[in-house]
Write a protein that binds this ligand. Structure first.
Ligand code: 1CP
Length: 343
């Protein structure tokens, strides 16, 4: 029964005649119904922690477009908050957090068992979704990968080059590694609870993996992903994991094998043809349409969508964007993309 879901089939290594499709940030500000529910919740964090409304926005793109997967509506920064960091969002700017850069601040973080006090509404959202999603729709849970989460905890905000985190590595590597270790351990606990609540697949978002080079990539992107996936596979051998080491470039090669991921999600800085011969040879890939096409649309969107589908047609593939859809995207273009994949 479960394996008739197309996303699970692709993740198990099956080559399907039409790739299943979902979209990063498919519940988001480009949708008028999302903006309405967000206004009803009051603000973004209140929306994340309201299980009924978070489930509602997760379901909106499924109703509108019939995507093959729904992704839990939450944020990667809820985990730092559950560990004790202050978190707030500045309208028009983005997230802000209290910073963690000293050994004392790392040891003052809450113990892993305590994260569920804050995160229990998220598990409630997953339970509602597991009940309410159509039978054919796969439910994806997620967390930020430790490096990406650490970059926000160290800088207290999003940074273009992750400079503050790289500086901490240079100035006080043991403190950086202690922080990374705490995030890794609590991510395993967080994702385990999402799976217990009904998530059928989990995804690790390493949005800033591309700024880790050489041995640092191995230690801070690859090794934590391998540790998380290893721990999850021990408890939940049948739950597939998608890893997204964004902008990893050459380092996408072998990432699935080295970490145990069932699928590697790729951004749009690598070509689909290159990815088919270098990454898809090891298993399922997800990606990689440039999100800008959702703004510009037209024949270029259709052509590029079809080109990607064709490039990956020889192996397991989940169609998706190379990164999240942006608030200025036109909802009509999403329908156009789906038609180009399925039509
Ligand atoms: O105003 C709003 O409504 C907030 C916009 C928004 C949304 C819709 C934020 C703030 N987070 C989210 C939801 C979200 N975030 C999801 C839900 C599921 C989905 O539809 O995809 C997911 C999976 C995330 C993950 C996330 N949050 C990532 C990793 C993926 C990526 O986009 O690279 C990151 C880096 C974040 C941090 C974050 N949260 C929100 C913003 C604007 C940011 C980026 C901040 C920055 O770097 O400046």
């Amino acid at each position: 029964m479960a394996k008739s879901k197309t996303i699970l089939r692709a993740l198990a290594g099956e080559t399907l005649p039409t790739p299943p499709i979902w979209m990063m940030r498919q519940a988001g500000r480009y949708l008028p119904e999302y903006k309405a529910t967000r206004a009803q919740a009051g603000d973004f964090l209140s929306l994340c922690y309201n299980p009924e409304l978070a489930a509602e926005v997760t379901l909106q793109p499924i109703r509108r477009y019939g995507f093959d997967a729904a992704i839990l509506f939450a944020d990667i920064l809820l985990l730092p908050q559950a560990l004790g960091a202050d978190l707030w969002f500045v309208t028009g700017e983005g997230p802000r957090l209290s910073t963690i850069t000293t050994p004392g601040e790392v040891s003052a973080l809450k113990p892993t068992e305590a994260i569920h006090d804050t995160l229990s509404p998220i598990y409630e959202t997953v339970k509602i979704l597991a009940r309410e999603l159509p039978d054919e729709t796969t439910l994806i849970g997620f967390a930020g990968a430790p490096w990406t989460v650490a970059t926000y905890m160290i800088a207290g905000r999003g940074t273009p080059d992750q400079g503050p985190a790289h500086n901490l590595i240079a100035q006080d590597r043991p403190t950086f590694e202690a922080l990374l270790d705490r995030i890794t351990e609590s991510t395993i606990a967080y994702l385990s609870m999402q799976i217990d609540a009904g998530a059928e697949v989990v995804k690790l978002f390493d949005s800033w993996a591309g700024s880790l080079k050489g041995a640092d990539f191995d230690k801070y992107a690859l090794a934590p992903a391998a540790r998380i996936i290893g721990a999850l596979k021990e408890r939940y051998p049948n739950i597939p994991v998608i890893a997204f080491p964004r902008e990893a470039g050459d380092r996408y090669i072998g990432f699935a094998k080295a970490t145990g991921a069932d699928c590697v999600a790729i951004d749009n800085s690598v070509s689909a043809d290159w990815a088919a011969s270098n990454i898809q040879v090891d298993g399922c890939v997800q990606g990689n349409l440039a999100p800008g096409h959702m703004v510009t649309g037209g024949q270029a969107l259709i052509d590029e969508t079809k080109r990607i589908v064709k490039a990956f047609s020889g192996g397991p593939h989940i169609f998706n964007l190379g990164h999240g859809i942006t608030p200025d995207a036109d909802p009509e273009n999403v329908a156009l993309m789906i038609e180009a994949v399925r039509g």
